[in-house]
Ligand binder design. Structure first.
Ligand code: MN
Length: 130
């Protein structure tokens, strides 16, 4: 079965690039352009992993992560923050909000998928990515 990744990201170009890279590795990708939509979709589709932009309109990624962690059925879903914030302490802030890891923007197209693979439960990693 294909692994499904929920991408919560408001920037169209980033969505396009990350979706392209993930689909090249045979992931199914579902995109939400804001936090509330992302939370609703997460409850509906129960993704294998959530990629979460931190700088989002109206509800930032920290609050989205905290909300996701408050939903019982989603507590075990890995959340990887994707953020351009380069300030000291942001990584800790992401982890404190419930994220499992952190990837910095701009993403590197050559290593992006490899960076998120360790956060996926082994059973759901696509064979082509091993
Ligand atoms: Mn953003």
């Amino acid at each position: 079965m294909k692994s499904t990744i929920l991408l919560i990201e408001d920037n169209e170009q980033n969505c396009y690039l990350m979706t392209f890279l993930l689909e090249s590795y045979k992931f199914s990708v579902v995109v939400a352009n804001d936090g509330l939509t992302g939370i609703e979709l997460a409850e509906q589709i129960k993704p294998d992993l959530i990629l979460l932009d931190i700088q989002l309109p109206s509800m930032d990624g920290y609050d989205v992560a905290k909300s996701l962690r408050g939903i019982e059925s989603l507590q075990m879903v890995p959340i990887v923050a994707v953020t351009s914030y380069a300030m000291v302490g942001d990584r800790e802030k992401c982890l404190a909000a419930g994220c499992n890891g952190y990837i910095e923007k701009p993403i590197n197209p050559e290593t992006f998928v490899k960076e998120i693979l360790p956060f996926l439960p082994a059973a759901t990693s696509p064979e082509s990515a091993i």
